[in-house]
Design a protein around this ligand. Structure first.
Ligand SMILES: [Zn+2]
Length: 284
């Protein structure tokens, strides 16, 4: 238990100031799952042509970067690890820019505001290996890493090519690992937090469904889509590992959403996340 009572008080005060939603330290166990959302900055200056769109076809061209902590009565699942490593932030604060990516908030303080340190996390998962999702992955190597075999094989290939920064996740090589063979995984065994295989964007891309008592079922969609307009037009990005696989995964997840009356959170979508509370507030 590393959260100090002072940290708890700060988190609680911030949450109360935010929206009347309460923050709660992990020292007070939850009775139903909740999701904390972390702000990991933005991607600006993207060429929408990479996604088979012209700028005027999109409501928003830019991305937000997000990561999530799912807290369940039996443990926690950290999903995604941010786009800019905490080590890149200066002590005095301020915005950090790395190419098209920028961020103003490191991840650890946001996690701490929710009452957690990386060493407290039970499970860790990435939607996929692209570097805008892996920046702080090494911090979670003490957790049990949930990964599809095809994704892990690519990540630890001799010379992985593409949007990938192996140094950001090398510590996962030795993590305790739950390897999945293109399959779904019920993380806590009660059906409320389920990793769903959704390959195509990368060989072992995956998303996470969370059944919440008040907000209903939410699917954290990774990069199954980047823009809401992909969902309505059926277009896929130009740089998919396997576009046909992506289309099949979209059909699978759309069916899941329908069957479970679930809401999809497109992780890079500005509008989706503008409407959601950020940690230490949460959705439950
Ligand atoms: Zn991404």
């Amino acid at each position: 238990m590393k959260a100090t009572s002072r940290m708890f008080l700060l988190a609680a005060a911030a949450a109360l100031a935010a929206s009347g939603v309460c923050a709660q330290s992990r020292s007070a166990p939850v009775t139903t799952p909740r999701i904390y959302i972390f702000d990991n900055g933005a991607i600006t200056g993207l060429n929408p042509g990479l996604f088979n769109f012209t700028p005027d076809e999109l409501a928003e061209v830019d991305f937000v970067n997000t990561s999530y902590l799912i807290v369940h009565p039996q443990g926690t699942l950290m999903f995604e690890a941010g786009a800019v490593a905490d080590s890149r932030f200066l002590a005095g604060g301020g915005e950090v820019t790395e190419g098209v990516m920028s961020a103003t908030k490191p991840l650890r303080p946001q996690l701490a505001a929710a009452g957690y340190a990386p060493s407290d996390i039970t499970y860790f998962a990435l939607s996929h290996y692209h570097s805008d999702h892996t920046a702080n992955a090494n911090d979670f190597a003490e957790a049990i890493w949930i990964v599809q075999r095809a994704e892990r094989d690519f990540m630890f290939a001799d010379d992985p090519e593409g949007i990938v920064q192996p140094a950001s996740y090398h510590a996962l090589r030795d993590a305790e690992t739950k390897i999945l063979d293109n399959e779904d995984f019920d993380v806590f065994g009660d059906g409320t937090v389920v990793v769903l295989a959704a390959p195509g964007h990368t060989p072992g891309h995956q998303v996470v469904a969370v059944e919440l008592a008040n907000a209903g079922t939410v699917v954290l969609g990774g990069d199954l889509y980047h823009y809401p307009e992909e969902r309505t037009t059926g277009r896929v990005p130009t740089f998919e590992f396997d576009a046909e696989q992506s289309r099949a995964s979209r059909r699978k997840i759309e069916q899941y959403l329908q069957d479970n009356d679930a809401t999809l959170w497109i992780e890079h979508d500005i509008a989706t996340h503008a409407a959601l509370p950020k940690a230490p507030a949460y959705v439950d």
